[in-house]
Design a protein around this ligand. Structure first.
Ligand code: NAD
Length: 505
């Protein structure tokens, strides 16, 4: 039987926490005003320290006493696969939540949910791959094994931009490793985390193995970070909050993985396939209105092709269709909140004051007559292209987290690499050229966790994702994304007694 939401009677979904396999109602709620209009689209539990503590205790019990860590890989895989099946069955409902809370276009929301299912199935397959090493060359008397054990109780802290994908890059992998989990979704987009946890219970996940506690970073996130009963924090969010998470470990020293911000460079050479490069650059910065950590938000373009490339890019950016999020032909939607919108406006104003030139966009969509009647137009920041960006300007290396592309020109390969590496971040990037020797050379020289050649935003579950420098610590997805949730243990065993080390008794 499906457990009901705390309230589903009206259009406004009201959510409790999900703890120990059931909904837990709370007295106070956070009202979520949707990205598209002034309407409240959901109410999320306003969690307290004691709610966070209750969720942690549930996960602790499920790890220390429950069946989950002791199940075989096959048994765990079966649950994860059933979970993926249920997500597919409920896909339309989950897509609607993503549209309402995160302001996604239906195409992006569907892609996210399909990606979520793919991540769950891949994690299920990894359940069979937690192998170790055996050492048998110490002579006949001694052998040893090096094995992976689940790290324990994991606190998974998730941001608002990809509430299901980022959940799925963490939770199924932690569960595959035998961990138990407490998820803290963003206070702006908590609905799908609740639904995914509910479906996991329905799929047969033991109670307490996955809990969702909603609320603000302080107190709920902060409580998870500081609790002695949490063994690992897997955090995705801003670099500033990531620093606070690290600081919280001065006492505890728990395992921390951080997926943080980025300012990734798309490097376009004169000899590129211009049409493919324009589409790739466009996709990497304007998908989900640029609200993605690995957005290609810096365009480095070689002098020879720059005028032609920019002309084509502007033309395509201005063709992107702004409209109802539920319409499959809509390309581009509003930013997540009024706070974010105002921050983008200030960001562009500062860039302009420092000498950048606005080639396209720079304002909200209601400034464009053909979009003015669309209900979310005043909340949609137009695809924006800023030219003449110098390394000394804020826009060159600060993350705007919106649809803002900065353009800097270069002459040589060495200069392109130097500009790409001139960043405190190191998350992703792409290179566009038909010269494969050059492409691989540059992929090796740019200091980022992901470099793509003649493509952008490939997110397959097999490919590890994470950053260098202030973009983070650790990797998600791929086999590395499973090992992230394990501790390595050495087990040495003697087959014959060791000769005494000390003198005779
Ligand atoms: P954020 O740092 O404000 O919040 C992220 C999460 O942390 C939220 O759930 C929030 O409630 C929680 N939080 C806030 N304060 C906390 C605290 N003191 N202790 C514990 N938890 C706390 O980030 P955001 O605005 O939700 O997301 C945007 C940022 O996330 C951008 O900087 C973006 O680059 C980054 N991001 C990174 C990746 C990646 O994989 N590298 C992916 C998506 C987003």
């Amino acid at each position: 039987m499906q457990a009901p939401l705390v309230s589903a009677s009206s259009q406004v979904r009201r959510y409790g926490h999900w703890i120990d396999g059931q909904p837990v109602a709370t007295a106070t709620h956070i009202q979520r005003v949707g990205p598209q209009s002034d309407d409240v689209v959901a109410e999320f539990s306003n969690g307290s320290d004691s709610d966070a503590a209750r969720a942690i205790q549930s996960a602790r019990r499920a790890f220390d006493e429950g069946p989950w860590p002791k199940l075989s890989g096959t048994e765990r895989a079966n649950v994860l696969n059933r979970w993926a099946d249920l997500v597919l069955l409920n896909l339309d409902h989950l897509v609607q939540i993503e549209i309402a809370e995160a302001g996604k276009t239906i195409r992006v929301a569907k892609g996210d949910l399909e990606g979520t299912v793919a991540l769950m199935r891949y994690a299920a397959a990894l359940c069979h791959q937690l192998s170790g090493e055996a050492f048998t060359d110490f002579g006949s008397a001694l052998q040893a094994m090096v094995i992976h054990e689940p790290v324990g109780v994991v606190a998974a802290i998730v941001p608002w931009n990809f509430p299901t994908i980022i959940f799925a890059q963490k939770v199924p992998f932690a569960l595959a490793a035998g961990c138990t989990v407490v998820v803290k979704p963003s206070e702006l987009t908590s609905g799908t985390a609740y639904e995914l946890a509910r479906l996991a219970t329905q799929a047969g996940l033991p109670n307490g193995a996955l809990n969702v506690v909603m609320g603000y970073g302080d107190p709920v996130g902060q409580h998870l970070v500081q609790s002695q009963d949490v063994d690992m924090v897997s955090f995705t969010g801003s670099t500033a909050t990531g620093r606070r998470v690290l600081k919280g470990q001065e006492v505890n020293f728990k395992r921390v993985s951080l997926e943080l911000g980025g300012k990734s460079a798309a490097i376009v050479f004169d000899d590129c396939d211009i049409e493919a490069a324009v589409e790739g650059v466009l996709f990497s910065i304007f998908m989900h209105s640029g609200q993605l950590c690995c957005a290609g938000s810096r365009l480095l373009v070689q002098n020879g092709i720059a005028p032609r490339f920019l002309e084509a890019l502007i033309e395509r950016a201005e063709q992107l269709k702004i409209g109802l999020l539920e319409d499959p032909s809509t390309d581009f939607g509003p930013v997540v909140s009024e706070v974010q919108l105002q921050s983008l406006k200030r960001f562009v104003a500062r860039a302009k004051a420092q000498g950048a030139t606005i080639l396209s966009g720079g304002d909200t969509a209601d400034s464009r007559s053909e979009s003015a009647t669309y209900v979310g137009a005043s909340r949609t920041f137009l695809p924006t292209i800023l030219d003449n960006v110098e390394c000394s300007m804020e826009v060159f290396d600060e993350e705007a987290f919106g649809p803002i592309l900065s353009v800097t020109r270069f002459a040589t390969e060495d200069e392109a690499v130097r500009l790409a590496n001139m960043s405190k971040y190191g998350l992703a990037g792409s290179v566009w050229t038909t010269n494969m020797r050059r492409a691989f050379d540059i992929a090796g020289k740019v200091r980022t966790g992901t470099m793509e050649i003649n493509t952008s935003l490939e997110g397959q579950p097999q490919l590890p994702f994470g950053g260098f420098r202030t973009s983070g610590i650790g990797r998600e997805k791929g086999k590395a994304g499973l090992e992230e949730f394990t501790e390595i243990k050495t087990v040495a065993f003697r087959l014959e007694a060791r000769p005494p080390f000390f003198g005779a008794k």
